[in-house]
Ligand binder design. Structure first.
Ligand SMILES: Nc1ncnc2c1ncn2[C@@H]1O[C@H](COP(=O)(O)OP(=O)(O)OP(=O)(O)O)[C@@H](O)[C@H]1O
Ligand SMILES: [Mg+2]
Length: 437
C-alpha cells in the first residue's frame, strides 16, 4: 500500500490522499495550462518583426503581455544617446494607440526609473507604474518595460517574476531591432553617397555641355532677334520667330542644367515651392510630353516657401516625375498631376506637393519597400532603386515628410511636406487636404 501511494505521487507529482486527488489534479492541469500560455506568449514576443517601428513594437509587446499579466496600459522606453524615448501604448476600449515623447536619461537605474514614472504620471496621473529594466548580454540597461495599473491591480510575487522573465526575452528582441535600425541607417547613408556621386558626375557632364552650348546659343538668339527686327512683316518672319522662341527655350534648359549641377545650390535658402516645380518641368517636362503624357500643374492659391536646398528638392520632384513616367509607359491616356498646397497639422504648417499618376500603381506587398535603398521593380538597366530612398533622406533632412499611396492598376500618389518657412503665410493660403482629389 505504501509503495503504491509512493509510485502514484511520483507519477502525478501530487502528494495527497485519494480524496483530494482529483481536485489537485484539476489544479495541476490548470497550472500547466497557465504555464503553457505564458510560454506561448514569451515565444510570440521573441517573434516581433525586426523591421517594426517603435510604436508597432510597443503595441505588439502590450498585446502579448496582456494575455498573461493584469494591467491597463503599457510603455516601452529606450535609451538613445542621452535621451530616454518612451512609447506609451494605451488601450482605448477598441484598439491600442501609441504616443511617444523623450526626456533626459539618467545613468543611475533607480533614478532613471523614477524619472520615467514621473513623466508617465504627467500623462496618466491615476495609475501606478511598475517597471523592469531591459538589459543587453553585457548586463547594461538600455531601456524599460513599464506596465500601468490601478491600485487594486498590484502584481503578485509570481507575476512580478514573470514580468522580469519576459523582459529578459524582450530585451534580446529589442536589441536586434536596434541593431537593424542602425544597419538600415548605414545602408541609407551609403545609398545617398552613391546617388550623390552619380548626381555629381551627371552634374559635371551637364555643366560642361551647357557651357559649350551657351556661346553658340547666345549667337543664335542675338542674330535671330536682329533678323526679326529687319524682317518686319515679311513672310519668313514667323519662321524666324519660331527659331527665336526655340532658342529661348534651349537657353532656359541650359540655365536649369547649370543650376542643377552647381554645388553651392546645396546651401539652404528661402525657396518658393512652385518655382522648384517649374524648374523641374523646365528640365524634363519636354521629355515627358514627348512620351505622350499629359502633365497638369495645379498651383496653390498662395505662394508657399520653405527653407532648404532648391537643388535637392528639385531632385525629389524629378525623381517623382520620372517614376510617374515609367509607371505610365505604354499607356494611352497617361496623366500626371502635380499639385502644390498648404497643409496644417496640430503643430505646424507645411508647403505640400503631390504627384499623382494614373499608371500601373504599386502592389500592396511592394508598398512598404519602395523607400528602401536598392528596391526596384525595373530592369537593372533602367532603375537603381535609389531614387525614392534618396528623396526620403532629403525630405527628412529638411524636417519634412514623404509618403506614397497607391492602388494597383489605378494610381500612385506621392506626397511631400516641407515645413513652411514663414508661418504667417498660412493666413493667406487656403488649406487643401493632400489626399483629396
Ligand atoms: N509612380 C509610381 N508608380 C508605380 N510604381 C512606382 C512609382 N514610383 C515608384 N514606384 C516603385 O518604387 C520602386 C522604387 O522607386 P525608386 O525611384 O526608388 O527606384 P527606381 O525608379 O526603380 O530606380 P531609380 O530611381 O534609382 O532609377 C520602383 O522600382 C517602382 O516599383
Ligand atoms: Mg526612380
Amino acid at each position: 500500500m505504501y509503495r503504491k501511494q509512493e509510485i502514484l505521487e511520483k507519477l502525478t507529482g501530487i502528494q495527497s490522499s485519494r480524496k483530494s486527488y482529483y481536485s489537485e489534479l484539476i489544479y495541476l492541469v490548470e497550472e500547466m495550462k497557465k504555464k503553457n500560455n505564458q510560454l506561448a506568449v514569451i515565444n510570440q514576443l521573441t517573434q516581433i518583426q525586426i523591421n517594426a517601428t517603435w510604436p508597432e513594437t510597443s503595441i505588439a509587446i502590450a498585446t502579448q503581455l496582456q494575455l498573461i499579466l493584469p494591467f491597463e496600459h503599457f510603455a516601452l522606453s529606450l535609451q538613445q544617446g542621452s535621451a530616454l524615448s518612451t512609447y506609451l501604448s494605451r488601450w482605448n476600449g477598441e484598439e491600442w494607440q501609441c504616443q511617444s515623447w523623450q526626456h533626459t536619461a539618467s545613468t543611475d537605474l533607480a533614478q532613471a526609473a523614477q524619472r520615467l514614472h514621473d513623466s508617465i504620471s504627467e500623462v496618466l496621473p491615476q495609475h501606478l507604474a511598475t517597471s523592469v529594466p531591459l538589459q543587453n548580454l553585457r548586463k547594461q540597461t538600455f531601456g524599460f518595460l513599464t506596465i500601468l495599473h490601478h491600485e487594486g491591480q498590484q502584481l503578485s510575487k509570481e507575476e512580478s517574476e514573470l514580468f522580469q522573465l519576459t523582459a529578459s526575452h524582450v530585451g534580446v528582441c529589442v536589441e536586434n531591432i536596434l541593431l537593424f535600425h542602425d544597419l538600415s541607417e548605414k545602408v541609407k547613408i551609403e545609398a545617398q553617397l552613391v546617388q550623390s556621386a552619380k548626381m555629381a558626375a551627371i552634374g559635371e557632364i551637364a555643366a560642361g555641355i551647357a557651357h559649350e552650348l551657351n556661346s553658340p546659343l547666345t549667337a543664335i538668339l542675338g542674330n535671330s532677334q536682329l533678323l526679326l527686327r529687319e524682317m518686319g512683316t515679311s513672310e519668313a518672319a514667323p519662321l524666324m520667330n519660331d527659331i527665336y522662341r526655340c532658342g529661348v527655350r534651349c537657353k532656359k534648359i541650359i540655365q536649369n542644367l547649370l543650376t542643377f549641377s552647381r554645388q553651392e545650390e546645396y546651401q539652404f535658402e528661402e525657396v518658393f515651392l512652385d518655382d522648384v516645380v517649374e524648374d523641374a518641368l523646365g528640365l524634363i517636362g519636354y521629355q515627358l510630353t514627348v512620351s505622350g503624357l499629359s502633365i497638369q500643374f495645379e498651383q496653390a492659391p498662395a505662394k508657399l516657401s520653405f527653407y532648404g536646398s532648391r537643388h535637392q528638392i528639385e531632385q525629389i520632384v524629378i525623381n517623382l516625375l520620372l517614376n510617374a513616367r515609367d509607371a505610365l509607359a505604354g499607356q494611352q491616356d497617361g496623366r500626371i498631376t502635380i499639385r502644390t498646397f498648404l497643409h496644417k497639422d496640430e503643430n505646424r504648417s507645411y508647403a505640400g506637393l503631390s504627384v499623382h499618376d494614373n499608371g500601373m500603381g504599386i502592389l500592396p506587398e511592394h508598398l512598404p519597400q519602395i523607400f528602401q535603398p536598392f528596391f526596384s521593380t525595373k530592369d537593372r538597366s533602367k532603375g537603381t532603386g535609389l531614387g525614392l530612398s534618396v528623396s526620403l533622406g532629403i525630405a527628412a533632412a529638411h524636417g519634412g515628410k514623404l509618403w506614397a499611396q497607391s492602388e494597383s492598376n489605378q494610381y500612385s500618389l506621392f506626397t511631400l511636406l516641407l515645413p513652411l518657412s514663414f508661418d504667417e503665410e498660412v493666413d493667406h493660403g487656403e488649406e487643401t487636404d493632400p489626399d483629396s482629389r
